[in-house]
Design a protein around this ligand. Structure first.
Ligand SMILES: [Zn+2]
Length: 95
C-alpha cells in the first residue's frame, strides 16, 4: 500500500485503526483477525514512511483526522525486513 508495489498478501502487514483519545491509532494485526477495515503494507519502515507521507492510511481506512502511527512504527521496527524500497520519486540512483 505505501509503495504501491505488488506483493503477495503473506508478505504484507495488515493494519487497522483503533479509536484513541486523539483520533485513531494504527495497530498492527499480524494475525489478520481483528475486525474492521484494514490496510496493508510491507513490514518495512520505509514503506511506512511512504504511506504516512502520502496519507495513504487515511484513504485506505477512510479516516479523517489524527492517525497515531507510533505503535505501528514500533512494531515495524521490531519485525522489519529489508525490501530495498526507494524513497523518493522514480528510480533515480543517488550516485
Ligand atoms: Zn511497501
Amino acid at each position: 500500500m505505501g509503495c504501491r508495489r505488488r506483493a503477495p498478501a503473506a508478505e504484507l502487514l495488515r493494519v487497522i485503526a483503533v479509536p484513541s483519545e486523539a483520533g485513531h491509532s494504527l495497530t498492527p494485526d499480524p494475525a489478520r483477525r481483528l475486525p474492521g477495515r484494514g490496510a496493508h503494507l510491507h513490514p518495512d519502515p520505509a514503506c511506512l514512511a511512504l504511506a504516512e507521507r502520502r496519507r495513504a492510511f487515511g484513504r485506505a481506512l477512510r479516516i479523517v483526522g489524527v492517525l497515531d502511527t507510533d505503535g505501528l512504527a514500533e512494531h515495524i521496527r521490531a519485525v522489519a525486513t529489508t525490501t530495498d524500497h526507494q524513497i523518493g520519486r522514480g528510480s533515480q540512483r543517488a550516485r
